[in-house]
Design a protein. Sequence first.
Length: 98
Amino acid sequence: MTTTREWKVDLVLTEDDGTTRACAKLATDDGTITGYGTAHCSPQDVDVPRIGDELAAARAMRSVARQLMREADSDLEAVGAGPGGAPGPGYGWPYTAP
């Protein structure tokens, strides 16, 4: 039986005097995970706002990904599948490409 879930990411970017800030919020079935990222334009670099947006957004989403992975690791350990669980051939669920 196939099950489909949809999680939404809300990403807000703010730029001020060469600094771009990003806030990424992932809404899951159990709550919200929030990550933050920043990017600074060096004075000797050409100011290309898109690059700051990309860097800050990537850093915010990387923060969300790290938090989500910690939650998954904790959940795996709770059911005995993590590194603290019973020894086995693998760790967690295998990755399968969509």
